[in-house]
Ligand binder design. Sequence first.
Ligand code: G3H
Ligand code: 13P
Ligand code: ZN
Length: 332
Amino acid sequence: MTSYKDLGLVNTRNLFAKAIKGGYAIPAFNFNNMEQLQAIIMACVETKSPVILQVSKGARDYANINLLRNMARGATEYAHELGCDIPIVLHLDHGDSFETCKECIDNGFSSVMIDGSHLPYDENVAVTRKVVEYAHQFDVTVEGELGVLAGIEDDVAAEKSNYTRPEEVIDFVSKTGVDSLAISIGTSHGACKFTPAQCTRNADGVLIPPPLRFDILAEIEKKLPGFPIVLHGSSSVPVEYVKMINEHGGALKDNVGIPEDQLRRAAKSAVCKINIDSDGRLAMTGTIRKVLDEKPAEFDPRKYLGPAREALKKMYMHKTVDVLGSAGHALD
Ligand code: G3H
Ligand code: 13P
Ligand code: ZN
């Protein structure tokens, strides 16, 4: 058993309480490799933002749980070396069972998500409660989910979103004891959130997708005042990186993500954790494609991973400063 406390990590409890009070959201960035982790830590130290490092089942299969745990420990030392001990959470993203959550808790994770959102309500309650009972013995915080997002997460794909039903949230939170609740209000996973046909154009010709259901969020906040809410599927799918990928041999469709002003608005509410993975994938892939296209004789991975890391850092800094508002709150 490794405790996250020995790794220099923190759970989400205090971070969420401060984020709700302060009107900002903590970034939850997924990582699978060293360059992504370096970029996240550099960006969050430079902007003095707390951060949640997210590990999906896919990341665990790709990178190995022991390596990931030690990378997170290394991240705390790296942040210290860079000059700011920002709070760092190691979080399991979309835990699919009690066993997966237990394994992560036993391996030094400070926070886990148990995603029973696709299960019948009573089964979601039962498995979430079981995870909470185990996690809380070790002061590990737990995120549950009600409502289903459209898109693909690990092996589960949903065609249509199923919004969270506000009438269920009080029952769910009180029966399970979760520390935070992920909800479905119109975000979705992956880089293909909305097609241009689903959008309208504003006066500048920019494609605007259907707005998030802030009315549902408001109802949930009314039922659970001050309770931490989480938004998954919150990448904005930057046009510049989709274009970069396609200009250098890629074949992505022109899809539209969640507008930044809507995320900013959500961050000012009880939404205190915002999940971003796809935007990092786009920035990294676009930059690597560009370097390799422009320098076909290059074969040193550092020559394309280095620029990709720089692009990632720039994007993460933009998120903490301009979108989530977490910049400057590391030492609150
Ligand atoms: O919600 C899903 C995350 O973007 C993780 O994706 O399972 O491909 O690592 P992944
Ligand atoms: P995106 O695919 O929009 O980046 O969402 C990531 C996510 O929700 C991870 O849990
Ligand atoms: Zn997610």
